[in-house]
Design a protein around this ligand. Structure first.
Ligand code: SF4
Length: 247
């Protein structure tokens, strides 16, 4: 089957999607069995710095920059001891590199002052660090200790949650609440990685490859997803994340 669903089929799939979410996620995990955090790191400090640097750029770009950065500043104490301008050359290939340099030096100083240079383990302690929001904190807690307090919702997860009928919302926070409500807590960390892998490798914003997707038999957006869950653009007009929900 490779044609867009009828309005009735779509409605039925949207209704069933939340109840099937855990199984659908398992199937997606089988499609992407190596799904994991794609940032390279050798310590909790290096992971949290890499996650902060990954804002507005790709993990691949961060991975190109961090070997030299971490060779020069391997831990929080080394990074805390310098000025942001000393760090800028190491992250100049990333967008917003001046702001990012300030962020990671501030983060390193806070880690040294409040946590002896270590990365704390609880979400409240993590989000209290400068430059660390809920998303970064959940990535770190999930990857390092499998103790996230929620599902990481980046642009891929945002899009996939809407396409799969797991959320009618368009903003990260309510989407995260929906995902936490329909997925088992033990799967929260993996859910983020699997959905990000699927978004990068199969369900791209433009031209999703529904024909190669293992869950096209249950996805409410199958073969007609191009305009579902995409960010609004001036030329394209407003996104229609759930435009079929009321069909
Ligand atoms: S690739 Fe197609 S069928 Fe698969 S999740 Fe994305 S929209 Fe649905």
């Amino acid at each position: 089957m490779s044609e867009a669903l009828s309005a009735r089929e779509r409605r039925e799939r949207l209704k069933a999607a939340p109840g099937l979410a855990a199984k659908t996620l398992e199937r997606l995990h089988r499609q992407h069995p190596t799904a994991k955090c794609e940032l390279d790191f050798g310590s909790p400090f290096q992971l949290i710095v890499s996650v902060v640097l990954s804002a507005q750029t790709t993990d691949a770009n961060v991975n190109k920059a961090t070997p030299k950065l971490f060779a020069r500043f391997p831990d929080a104490r080394a990074l805390a001891a310098v000025e942001p301008s000393d760090v800028e050359p190491y992250v100049a290939s990333l967008g917003f590199f001046r702001a990012k340099s300030r962020s990671i030096v501030g983060l390193a100083r806070s880690l040294v002052e409040k946590h002896g240079g270590d990365v704390p383990r609880t979400l409240p302690e993590l989000v209290a660090l400068p430059g660390v929001g809920r998303k970064t904190a959940n990535v770190v807690a999930g990857v390092l200790w499998n103790t996230p307090e929620g599902v990481v919702v980046d642009t891929h997860v945002q899009r996939l949650a809407q396409r799969l009928g797991w959320s009618r919302h368009t903003q990260p926070e309510p989407i995260e609440q929906d995902l936490c409500a329909i997925l088992p807590r033990a799967k929260w960390d993996m859910a983020g990685h699997v959905l990000i892998f699927h978004g990068r490798r199969c369900c791209a914003a433009r031209k999703p490859e529904c024909g190669a997707c293992r869950v096209s038999d249950v996805c409410p957006s199958a073969f007609d997803a191009e305009h579902v869950g995409r960010k609004p653009s001036k030329s394209r007009g407003p996104t229609a994340p759930t435009r079929r929900a009321s069909d």
